[in-house]
Write a protein that binds this ligand. Structure first.
Ligand code: NAI
Ligand code: MG
Length: 357
């Protein structure tokens, strides 16, 4: 039995997490599995209760769980607090405590929503499905940094450092993911300039030998950023460093044109994972039932796929989401002419009905 720590958080967090839990429940019934879910305070609501955005009780529960499902945190109520005391500080502490080094960000443009993409119809075709696998705990964001005084001002530096081990483990995550998809990995680096990228490239080549079915190609990051706009359908899985991944995953996600649809996963070796929508707590629509729960529901699909190895159930959820969209149901953020407007709860119910069949 898998243990899931559920952290609804603030704003629309609890609203979208509620719908995701309904979907998880439908999967339990259909597949005869049992998940042990328990809800813990996190973010602003935890600050109100305990003064700490990531209280000890929550931390202990997360560390004992097989997966963590997070809504979103933050809001105007806590904006005046100093940085280290804010809800967002809890996010960093959570990710750090779980030691999740692989960040998976799919950018999926579902066919019924293809008009929402800022790209031209002929480029988008029948939709997009790119998975960006970003290294999350190494590289320039964690390397030595500093600042020194010079005669005329300062000089400052940050260091990009990657070890063979760090590259190997993230490459494996990318190849494993590709095996469940279209079996293509594009490794993005700057190997024409950076020594760390040359090690990256050599190491990814080594890992590729264990995956003869997967096609590997290398691309420089500047070209990759152009190709994502020019011909995004050439990509299946993109694997890259922390900083390049930060930028490319945001670029890729915007090709879909709808923040309310984007899930994410962060994993470590034993496949314990943190699953959360890409969006924030959306205080502007909190409490109005306007929030799109699909990003969180799709995060549950990722949890089933990557932490619990339940590929069929994951696809079931993704197919259900596609069916609901095909039938014309839309929350406000993805509403278009002639479609049927539904609220957060109705959208969750529709996905559940679709899964029940
Ligand atoms: P946001 O993602 O919360 O909202 C940006 C815009 O997108 C808003 O207009 C919002 O209404 C809309 N939106 C977001 N999610 C939606 C959904 N599921 N359905 C429909 N519309 C949706 O980003 P913003 O406004 O910059 O930040 C608001 C708060 O959230 C801040 O306190 C911020 O620090 C926090 N935040 C938390 C994150 C997290 O918990 N992982 C990530 C990003 C922001
Ligand atoms: Mg970013």
């Amino acid at each position: 039995m898998y243990k899931i720590a559920v952290l609804p958080g603030d704003g629309i967090g609890p609203e979208v997490v509620n719908e995701a839990l309904k979907v998880l429940n439908a999967i339990e019934r259909k597949y005869g599995v049992d998940f042990e879910t328990a809800i813990y305070p996190f973010g602003g609501i935890a600050i109100d209760k305990t003064g700490d955005p990531y209280p000890a009780e929550t931390q202990e529960a997360c560390l004992k769980s097989d997966a963590v499902l997070l809504g979103a945190v933050g809001g105007p109520k806590w904006d005046a607090l100093p940085g280290s005391k804010r809800p967002e500080a809890g996010l960093l502490a959570l990710r750090k405590s779980l030691n999740v080094y692989a960040n998976l960000r799919p950018a999926i443009l579902y066919e019924p929503l293809k008009n929402a993409s800022p790209l031209k119809a002929e480029i988008v075709g029948d939709g997009l499905d790119v998975l960006v696998v970003r290294e999350l705990t190494g590289g320039i964001y964690f390397g030595t940094r500093g600042r020194e005084k010079t005669d005329t001002g300062y000089k400052a530096y940050d260091t990009e450092i990657y070890s063979t081990e760090e590259i190997k483990r993230i490459a494996k995550v990318a190849f494993d993911a590709a095996m469940k998809r279209k079996k293509k990995v594009t490794s993005v680096d700057k190997a024409n300039i950076l020594e760390s990228s040359r090690l990256w490239r050599e190491t990814v080549e080594e890992v590729a030998k264990d995956y003869p079915e997967v096609t590997l190609e290398h691309m420089y990051v500047d070209n990759a950023s152009m190709q994502l706009i020019k011909n995004p359908r050439q990509f299946d899985v993109i694997v890259t460093s922390n900083m390049f991944g930060d930028i490319l995953s945001d670029e890729a996600s915007m090709l879909t044109g709808s923040i309310g649809m984007l899930p994410s996963a962060s994993l470590r070796d034993d496949r314990v994972g943190l699953y959360e929508p890409v969006h924030g707590s959306a205080p502007d629509i909190a409490g109005t039932k306007k929030a799109n729960p699909l990003a969180t529901i799709l995060s549950v699909a990722m949890m089933l796929r990557y932490s619990f190895d339940m590929e069929d159930a994951a696809r079931d959820i993704e197919d259900a989401v596609l069916s609901v969209l095909k039938k014309g149901y839309r929350t406000q953020d993805i509403m278009q002419d002639g479609m049927i407007l539904v609220n957060t709860v109705e959208m969750g119910d529709l996905v559940v009905e679709e899964i029940r069949g």
